[in-house]
Write a protein that binds this ligand. Structure first.
Ligand SMILES: C[S@@+](CC[C@H](N)C(=O)[O-])C[C@H]1O[C@@H](n2cnc3c(N)ncnc32)[C@H](O)[C@@H]1O
Length: 496
């Protein structure tokens, strides 16, 4: 891969330029076609990355979970501030050098209060600026990114007030010479341009910002997709991108209905999306609910809105697991039975995702398995255009893992549906084997691929010493998939 920019932490096959249609600047594919699964952009180190407050306890602030995926590290807290935790001294030293040396005493002085995520990110930027840890080109690019300060002030005074208050606090704690106005502009830029920071398996852990990656514009019919592997950011082509073509990612969940997508884009990024998918969906009445005027709502729209509101609350309510299962199941049933909403439409898609997470936490292996199977066989092929999409790959991996668990607990499961699986481990093997075979074209990050390879190794180990391993049992595997297809159809008919 060529390096066509001046940042040592950025490897890219794109160049920046003015984007047509009033989108500001954007990134464009440079000289050759970028094939599906190839890196458009790879950032090895962030400008700033910080964890959500509730992830400081369970995620390493040095490697951001990369170590955990590799060796299940036990985290140890920083003995100074007791706010951040690390896998080992390598992670601790890296973070100390990045910014913790400057922030540790500030965190100590604030204990037991922990600064909110945006304040911690801004503080890091300010203290790194003071130590001249950013290259001039990085700061220049940062200062030229869109801020939408005027729109924030006019349209969302509460957001602006929060940014100003955060900036005041950061100025006081850091003792920086930078003006409050400048720090507020940094804050606005950060809010507008940072990424949802996730683990290699798309679990949200915080925010991530890099000024070069922030140049990529949005399209609901995106051609590239973002993923993280610890502190590394990857933007990979989800379909072939021709030289000169603009790179587009999605800033939001594009499986949502068009009105919700446009509302989110406007509220968070201050623009009206003009993409072809929005135009198509707006002209197709099936895709238009929900609206916001309560008095105009049909019962179906009201039910959908209620379901979206439940989805917003899932993270807070996840502690009460059995109540969570009940609420999610009854909401899904009501949408399906009363309003005949197809299982491939939102909010049913996200409700099922939420349900699987809660079922996993309750260790309900039978239902995790059947729900993962429904999602893999009947939902994802409609919702995502390609099986190389990282979310589809993740869901495939989750089904493979659920199949192993299902096989282990099979005695209790017999009789749940009249179709019985013979050897679900074969399903696990065939999924993992395919994921490994296609990993070069998939849009997953190396950490995910390592995990799947390890999993396949473990399944192969299960068959070690057996005369006829899964590789030679094509017919058995086919039959097992046929049984699973039947089982899924019955489960859907039963309202699952
Ligand atoms: C992360 S920045 C992308 C880089 C930005 N174009 C720039 O020049 O700084 C996000 C901002 O870019 C603009 N933008 C991105 N995608 C857009 C789109 N599809 N339509 C209109 N504006 C868009 C909006 O101003 C948005 O707030």
């Amino acid at each position: 891969m060529s390096l066509d920019n001046t940042f040592p932490s950025v490897h890219t096959r794109a160049t920046s330029g003015l984007a047509p249609g009033g989108l500001g600047r954007g990134l464009f594919a440079s000289t050759s076609t970028i094939h599906t699964g190839e890196d458009v952009l790879h950032v090895t180190s962030p400008f700033v990355a910080v964890l959500e407050t509730d992830r400081l306890e369970d995620t390493c602030s040095g490697c951001f979970g990369k170590g955990l995926l590799r060796h299940c590290a036990l985290l140890k807290g920083c003995s100074g501030c007791k706010v951040v935790k690390y896998c080992n001294t390598t992670c601790q030293k890296a973070d100390w050098k990045f910014a913790h040396a400057q922030e540790c005493s500030i965190f100590q002085s604030l204990r037991p209060r922990i600064l909110p995520i945006n304040a911690r990110a801004l503080l890091r930027i300010v203290v790194r600026c003071a130590r001249q840890k950013y290259a001039a080109e990085e700061l220049d690019l940062f200062s030229r990114l869109e801020t939408h300060v005027r729109e924030i002030r006019d349209q969302n005074p509460a957001q602006w007030e929060r940014i100003v208050l955060t900036s005041k606090a950061v100025k006081t704690y850091s003792g920086t010479d930078l003006t409050e106005e400048l720090i507020s502009a940094f804050g606005a830029r950060l809010e507008l341009n940072s990424f949802n920071f996730t683990t290699a398996i798309y679990d949200r852990i915080g925010l991530y910002f890099h000024p070069y990656a922030a140049l990529v514009n949005h399209d609901c019919d995106y051609n590239a997709i973002v993923g993280f592997d610890g502190e590394e950011l990857f933007i990979k082509a989800i379909r072939p991108i021709q030289p000169g073509e603009q790179i587009f990612i999605s800033y939001i969940d594009t499986t949502n209905p068009v009105k919700l997508r446009r509302k989110e884009l406007h509220e968070r990024y201050y623009f009206n999306c003009q993409c072809s998918k929005c135009k198509h969906d707006l002209s197709n009445p099936q895709n238009t609910p929900p609206t916001t005027q309560a008095q105009d709502l049909s019962a179906e729209e009201a039910a959908e809105q209620k379901a979206f509101a439940i989805l917003d609350k899932i993270p807070e309510s996840s502690l009460d697991l059995s109540a969570g299962v009940e609420v999610l199941q009854s909401t899904m049933q009501s949408l399906r039975q009363t309003y005949s909403l197809p299982i491939t439409r939102q909010p049913l898609v996200s409700l099922r995702d939420g349900l699987i997470v809660v079922l996993q936490a309750t260790q309900n292996t039978d239902f995790v398995f059947i729900q993962c199977a429904i999602r893999y066989l009947r939902v994802d092929p409609i919702v995502y255009k390609t099986d190389l999409h990282p979310i589809r790959q993740l869901h495939a991996y989750m089904l493979a893992k659920a199949a192993v668990e299902f096989q282990h607990g099979m005695k209790e499961s017999l009789g749940l549906w009249s179709v019985e699986l013979g050897e679900p481990m074969l399903i696990a093997w065939s999924i993992a084997n395919r994921l490994v075979e296609t990993e070069d074209q998939a849009c997953t990050v190396p950490g995910f691929q390592r995990m799947v390879r390890w999993f396949l190794g473990a399944v192969n180990e299960h068959y070690k010493g057996v005369k006829k391993g899964p590789k030679k049992r094509e017919d058995d595997i086919r039959r097992e998939w046929e049984r699973l297809e039947l089982m899924v159809d019955m489960a859907i008919k039963d309202g699952y």
